[in-house]
Design a protein around this ligand. Structure first.
Ligand code: F6R
Length: 242
């Protein structure tokens, strides 16, 4: 695991963006695993700029997002499909049909999960999986529990997660209670993982995830078992690491 801590936001962003850009330069047909949340936004902005300047192309790439809320109406501004279109896909040359986000409105959510896994199996493995880190140690929406699930599944969101995400909704009651998420097994199949964490409030969970025991009570700790993880932290998030 290679861990880098950055004083400057600009360096955090350019390091993350360069990893993705050099992958696309060497493998234009890359399969990208993407995340929503605040941590990758600066990197997505930089990728848009570089794409528009002709420095990188996504025309042959495909993408699979980690997760999606259950039950938000299509086009809802807080749905993860909306987020990805708005923050990245609408502004780069990726083919929309090559972008995949689980459908949280599928009539049969179980069938949707199996379909998502089958697509990942057929088109994967993911070359580079971007992850953020939840305050409770979640990756995707794999919440701490006595056991974890390998494949894509429907998950009940913990109060800590709903409360953290309530800032994006009119009230806590409006935050969905369920999501569809890729499982930890699918995440760990990626060839390379890029974990992005920003903010002082994540310092303790960063330490637990990267240096603490590997346990289902901190799903991100499983990343310690992966052979190719790059972690980018801002100073706040990295402050408890020696
Ligand atoms: C997003 C996701 C979540 C976030 C995590 C961190 O698709 O799966 O696990 O990555 O909650 O969110 P931020 O980046 O807002 O700190």
């Amino acid at each position: 695991m290679n861990i880098y801590t950055f004083k400057q936001e600009a360096d955090f962003v350019s390091t993350g963006a360069s990893l993705i850009v050099s992958l696309l330069h060497t493998k234009p047909r890359s399969v990208l695993g993407l995340a929503t949340g605040s941590s990758p936004i600066g990197i997505y902005k930089r990728l848009i700029e570089m794409n528009q300047q002709g420095l990188v192309s996504f025309a042959k790439a495909s993408s699979y997002n980690l997760d999606e809320y259950v039950g938000l109406p299509e086009g809802h501004p807080e749905s993860y499909r909306y987020f990805m279109n708005d923050k990245l896909f609408n502004h780069i040359d990726i083919k929309m049909e090559n972008t995949h986000v689980p459908n949280g409105n599928a009539a049969d959510l179980e069938a949707e999960c199996r379909k998502y896994d089958a697509m990942l199996e057929a088109n994967g493995p993911v070359d580079l999986q971007i992850l953020g880190l939840g305050h409770n140690g979640h990756i995707g929406f794999n919440e701490p529990d006595e056991s974890l699930v390998g494949g894509t599944h429907v998950v009940g969101l913990q109060e800590k997660t709903r409360t953290a995400n309530a800032r994006f909704f009119p009230s806590l009651d409006d935050v969905p209670t369920q999501a569809v998420t890729m499982g930890v097994g699918s995440i760990l199949k990626a060839r390379q993982i890029l974990l992005l964490v920003r903010g002082e409030d994540k310092a303790e969970i960063v330490k637990r995830a990267l240096k603490g025991p590997i346990t289902s009570q901190c799903p991100a700790s499983l990343l310690q078992c992966h052979p190719n993880v790059v972690v980018l932290l801002d100073q706040g998030a990295g402050r408890l690491l020696s």
